[in-house]
Design a protein. Structure first.
Length: 310
């Protein structure tokens, strides 16, 4: 805190492969088969991590499912139209959108038409209702039976919608004590804190280092770990909050929706450390939520009744 007076070599085919084969090499594609295409693979070193193999295998399996469906309908890949693609996507799970990479490859090599598959849609994260949100925030600000670090992390989460990995790594220097109040800088824009939160964070910043820290490891983190010189991890902070009944993702979603209702993306992004596109998405969601609220209010009014209320 500062002060100013601041990855076995084996071929993979278009049949579904057991999960243990997910270590398989990354796919390349070649033309053939009655359905219009078949799959081959190039080898990878056995030291390649599993994750890329899982990613590739998922797309191979999705493409195989798509070819099986279109083949059952009597269509070769070159005969598939956008209508068949759209219907296949609509009739299954969102993982079907993974066929996008295969169809792009097929179009570029002349095996199919120029078919469009959007990027797999992401569901909106769940949010708390407004009353619950403010009730838990009030508890974080006032309940002295809660540990100090839990109160502070919860208040920052519920007010500013910060990801826990960022919260966990906040140094004490994000706080600046001035004569007129306490400022918090989460990215580039200083924010004047309400008095209750200012008191909570300054008290946290003034806590002595955890037991076991040597004198040459001064505490410069708001949320220090047991290991000297380190801050707590986001996962550890999430577990601590959950143990005290404080939800992470719903709280963050509610906070960001509320902020996006009041602040344009150009202001919200540098204030919270969000990418401008992320801020735009939250602004879009906030607008959707607000529209739904207005429609619900309008539908609930009795014709000819009083329309002057809030």
């Amino acid at each position: 805190m500062t002060g100013s007076g601041s990855a076995a070599r084996a071929p993979a085919t278009a049949t579904r492969t057991p999960a243990r084969a997910a270590r398989a090499p990354a796919p390349t594609w070649s033309a053939g088969c009655a359905t219009g295409a078949r799959f081959t693979t190039t080898s990878r070193s056995s030291s390649t991590p599993r994750a890329p193999g899982h990613w590739a295998q998922s797309r191979i399996n999705t493409a195989a499912d798509f070819l099986a469906a279109t083949g059952a309908a009597g269509l070769a890949l070159a005969d598939v139209t956008q209508h068949e693609v759209d219907r296949w996507l609509a009739e299954g799970r969102s993982t079907r959108y993974d066929v996008r990479d295969f169809l792009i490859w097929a179009a570029r090599r002349g095996h199919g038409g120029d078919l469009v598959v959007p990027v797999r849609p992401r569901p909106d994260p769940l949010a708390l209702d407004e009353d619950s949100h403010w009730e838990v925030l009030h508890q974080c600000l006032t309940d002295t039976d809660l540990p100090l670090d839990i109160r502070a992390a919860g208040a920052l989460l519920f007010l500013f919608g910060q990801e826990l990995t960022r919260l966990a790594a906040l140094p004490v220097e994000v706080l600046t004590v001035r004569d007129e109040g306490v400022d918090l800088v989460l990215d580039r824009v200083p924010m004047r804190l309400p008095e209750a939160l200012a008191r909570l964070l300054t008290e946290l910043a003034d806590q002595p280092p955890p037991a076991g820290w040597a004198a040459n490891h001064p505490n410069r983190w708001l949320f220090p770990a047991v290991e000297p010189g380190r801050h707590i991890t986001g996962g550890a902070l999430a577990r601590r909050l959950a143990a005290h009944g404080i939800p992470n993702r719903p709280a963050r979603a509610t906070a960001l929706v509320q902020l996006a209702q009041d602040l344009p993306p150009a202001v919200l992004a540098p204030m919270l450390g969000l990418h401008i596109n992320t801020a735009e998405r939250w602004r879009h969601r906030a607008g959707t939520d607000w529209t739904a609220y207005l429609e619900a209010r309008s539908a609930s009014r009795v014709p000819g009744g009083d329309t002057t209320g809030p």
